[in-house]
Design a protein around this ligand. Structure first.
Ligand code: ADP
Ligand code: MG
Length: 376
């Protein structure tokens, strides 16, 4: 993969694809982590004499939805870089300037179709292309893939670090390699589990992820969140790597997904009717913490329970603390896992906090990302 070290940018206008898909609350930015994550690349390019033309998407607008304008993002970036960031309303009106931002690329109908004409229009606006949008690198869109073939192009520092850190976990991990997989999107994460049961020394399962496995083993799951189409793949993973898989031995149950629901602890994993498993139990969390603390490499994706609800946060907190205390390389991917770490004040205690949920999972699965492939 070509990096900024391979690109001549002095005096050039560089189109930089960034991942500024930040959460908005009433038109204001809820969390600017993604904007901050691009600053090293943007600062380096400016120090090396480049003018910046930024491209980013925000949400999934069907048409030119003003609620998804990048105006608040341009303003926030201006504060962080201490320069004026000019927002170009559309591709016909792109002013010259040191730092210019294109409007939401998803306003362009051809963007997600990777329309070659749109890619050519982007390319006509710049002399070189840098992709720093790791969170969008698993999509072949005009601003993430098409345009990369039309200009001298390279990865930005964030994309470079994400790819090198995550591929190192697959290729040359310090053992023991411990994978922790939880959360709710079971069918999205089956591929990652399949990759880890082959490579990891232990795979710790938590969150709603455990119920297809427990169901496959014949346990009662009550009204726990469990995708029916997850059970057969879970069975295959049990068959392939059963000795390395760790499943909960106790659970915390609630009547429904709410902080004020009736709560009880269950010593075992057969969930009675009318109850749902909302967290791993204390014995499970302690056993997982012991495996994590002795690991050479940890990859964590997905909370151990409904951590947003305080009565069901303990399992995720114990695991997060163990990841923070682990002396090995620790990598965390996934939006909710990152949010959990931040909520516990542990975000700066891990080696690498990935900015890309889906992209980090696809990379770990061993898939090639189109946005990365276009830069090789
Ligand atoms: P990430 O964003 O880290 O990849 P996911 O999006 O897959 O994680 O899952 C996070 C969500 O999973 C959280 O909203 C959490 O409440 C939910 N969750 C975790 N465990 C359970 C459970 N046992 N039952 C219901 N929801 C759960
Ligand atoms: Mg999530």
């Amino acid at each position: 993969m070509r990096t900024l070290d391979d690109l001549d940018v002095d005096g050039r206008r560089v189109l930089v694809r960034v991942d500024f898909n930040v959460p908005l609350e009433d038109g204001r930015i809820g969390d600017d982590t993604r904007i901050r994550a691009a600053l090293p690349t943007l600062r380096e390019l400016r120090e090396r004499g480049a003018r910046l033309l930024l491209a980013a998407h925000l949400g999934r607008p069907k048409e030119r939805d003003p609620a998804l304008s990048l105006a608040p993002v341009a303003a926030r970036l201006g504060e962080l870089l201490d320069v004026e960031v000019v927002l170009a309303p559309d591709l016909h009106h792109v002013p010259d300037g040191d730092v210019v931002m294109l409007e939401n690329v998803r306003y362009e109908p051809g963007e997600t179709k990777n329309d070659p004409d749109l890619a050519r229009r982007y390319a006509a606006l710049a002399d070189a292309y840098v992709n720093d949008a790791f969170g969008a690198a698993h999509r072949a869109h005009a601003s993430t893939e098409g345009v990369a073939h039309l200009l001298p192009s390279a990865a930005g520092r964030l994309l470079e670090r994400e790819v090198s850190t995550l591929t190192a976990i697959l290729r040359e991990p310090e053992h023991p390699l411990v994978a922790i997989v939880g959360g709710a999107k079971v069918t999205d994460k089956i591929g990652v589990l399949a990759a880890f049961v082959e490579r990891a020394d232990a795979v710790l399962i938590g969150g709603a992820m455990c119920f297809p496995f427990l169901a496959a083993q014949g346990h009662e799951i009550g009204s726990s969140l469990c995708e029916a189409e997850g059970v057969a793949p879970a069975q295959r993973i049990l068959d392939a790597g059963g000795d390395r898989l760790r499943l909960p031995v106790d659970l915390v149950l609630g009547r429904d997904f709410a902080a004020d629901t009736q709560r009880r602890e269950l010593d075992g994993v057969d969930v009675p009717d009318g109850w749902m498993g909302l967290d791993v139990g204390a014995r499970t969390a302690a056993a997982y913490a012991r495996e994590i603390e002795g690991a050479g490499t940890v990859f964590w994706n997905g909370p151990m329970g409904a951590f947003e609800l305080e009565p069901f946060a303990a399992g995720t907190r114990t695991v997060a603390q163990a990841v923070a205390d682990c002396a090995g390389t620790t990598v965390v991917g996934g939006g909710d896992s990152a949010a959990a770490l931040a909520a516990f004040g542990l975000a700066d205690r891990v080696t690498h906090l990935s900015t890309g949920g889906g992209a980090s999972l696809e990379l770990i699965e061993g898939k090639t990302l189109p946005g990365v492939e276009a830069l090789t």
